[in-house]
Design a protein around this ligand. Structure first.
Ligand code: 1CP
Length: 316
C-alpha cells in the first residue's frame, strides 16, 4: 500500500517544490521519494513512486494532479466514437521516464522493488469520469447503456497495461501489484465481466516473466475466490474481511497480503499494537503471509504511528 504517500513530511517538502508529474518524470526524485519510507520505516520492500494514471498521460488525455483535488483528466472519454480514436501508445517511448525511475531506484535501494499498475476497470473509470468521483455515475451508466463500447475501452487499456508492466519488469522491478481500487462498485457478475476478465489477461501475459503478480481490489474480501481462480502469486485483501477465516477458503499456494484497517493508525500506540498482534496471531500458521494494510495510508496519519506498526510486526 502507499508508502511515501502524502503522510511523510519529507515527501511533502519535495512536493511543495515540484509538481506531481515532475516528480514522476525525474529519476533522481523518483529514487529519493521511493527510498523515503525505506529509510524511515525499514520495511521489507519498496513500492515505486509513480501513479496508476500515468498510462493516461501516455495516451495524451491531459493528466494533471491538482492540489486539494487529486488527479484530473482534461480529455475524458464519453462515447464509443471517441474510443475508436484512441491509440495504443508506444510505452517504451512515452513512459520511458518510469523505466529510468526504476533504474535509479535500483541503484539506490537495497530491498526488493515493487512496480505497479491500475487495473483496466479502475483506469477506465478515471478516464470516463475525468478524475475521481463521488458516485462513478458515468462509468456505471456505461455498463448498462453500452457494454460493448466499454469492453472496447477496457481491452485497449488492458493491452497498454500489459505493455506498461513489461516495461517495468525489463527495467528491474521484482514484483508487480495491480490496483483495482474501484472494483467494489461492481456486483459479482459485473466484476467477472468488466474486471476479472482483464485481470486474467494481465496475469496470463506476465506469467512467463516469472515475476510475482499481486492482485489488489477494493472489494477483494468479496471477490477473493474469483481472484484466486486466476492463480496470481498473491492476493492483497482489503480491510473488511477476517483474514484468517477467509484464508481457509483459498488455495494455499497463493500468498495472502493484508489487511489491517488503515484507520487504526489514528488510534493510540497500544491499540495499534494490539490490533496488529491480533492479525499476526490469526495468520501465524499461514505460510507466505505478507503483513500489510487493507488499503492506503491517509495524508494526516502520524508517521510515528506507522513506524510503531512496522516495529510491532518486526518484533512479533
Ligand atoms: O504512496 C506512494 O508513494 C506509492 C506510489 C503510489 C501508488 C501505489 C501513488 C503515488 N499512487 C499509487 C496508486 C494509486 N493512485 C491508486 C491505487 C491505490 C489506492 O487505491 O489508493 C489510485 C486509485 C490512484 C489515483 C490517485 N492518485 C489518487 C486517488 C484519488 C481518488 O480518486 O480518490 C490520488 C490522490 C493520486 C495522487 C497521488 N499518487 C501518489 C501520491 C503520493 C499522490 C498524492 C499526490 C499529491 O501530493 O498531491
Amino acid at each position: 500500500m502507499r508508502q511515501a504517500g502524502r503522510y511523510l513530511p519529507q515527501f511533502r517538502a519535495l512536493r511543495a517544490k515540484y509538481d506531481f508529474l515532475t516528480l514522476c518524470r525525474t529519476p533522481e526524485l523518483v529514487a529519493e521519494v521511493t527510498s523515503q519510507p525505506i529509510d524511515y520505516l525499514g520495511v521489507d520492500a519498496a513500492i515505486l513512486f509513480c501513479d496508476i494514471l500515468v498510462v493516461l498521460d501516455a495516451m495524451d488525455r491531459g493528466l494533471h494532479f491538482d492540489k486539494g483535488v487529486g488527479p484530473v483528466i482534461d480529455r475524458p472519454i464519453h462515447s464509443s466514437e471517441e474510443i475508436a480514436q484512441l491509440h495504443r501508445p508506444d510505452v517504451a517511448d512515452s513512459l520511458s521516464y518510469v523505466a529510468d525511475g526504476i533504474k535509479a531506484c535500483k541503484e539506490r535501494i537495497s530491498v526488493p522493488l515493487i512496480g505497479f499498475c491500475g487495473a483496466p476497470f479502475t483506469v477506465a473509470s478515471y478516464l470516463i469520469e475525468g478524475g475521481g468521483s463521488r458516485d462513478y455515475k458515468r462509468t456505471k451508466q456505461w455498463i448498462f447503456r453500452d457494454p460493448k463500447g466499454l469492453h472496447a475501452l477496457l481491452s485497449l487499456l488492458c493491452d497498454v497495461t500489459i505493455d506498461y508492466c513489461k516495461l517495468q519488469i525489463e527495467a528491474g522491478v521484482q514484483a508487480l501489484q495491480v490496483f483495482d481500487s474501484w472494483a467494489h462498485l461492481l456486483a459479482q457478475a459485473q466484476f467477472e465481466e468488466f474486471s476479472l476478465h482483464y485481470l486474467k489477461r494481465i496475469v496470463d501475459a506476465l506469467r512467463p516473466t516469472g515475476i510475482p503478480v499481486i492482485l489488489f481490489c477494493r472489494g477483494s474480501s468479496f471477490f477473493a475466490e474469483q481472484l484466486a481462480s486466476l492463480q496470481p502469486a498473491a492476493i492483497s485483501i482489503d480491510w473488511s474481511a477476517d483474514l484468517s477465516q477467509l484464508s481457509r477458503k483459498l488455495p494455499s499456494n497463493i500468498a495472502l497480503q493484508g489487511n489491517l484497517d488503515p484507520d487504526i493508525l489514528y488510534a493510540d500506540k497500544s491499540t495499534i499494537e494490539r490490533e496488529c498482534k491480533k492479525l499476526l496471531n490469526g495468520m501465524k500458521d499461514h505460510p507466505g503471509y505478507i503483513f500489510n494494510l487493507g488499503h492506503g495510508l491517509k495524508p494526516d496519519m502520524e508517521p510515528e504511528n506507522v513506524r510503531c506498526l512496522v516495529d510491532t510486526v518486526r518484533n512479533s
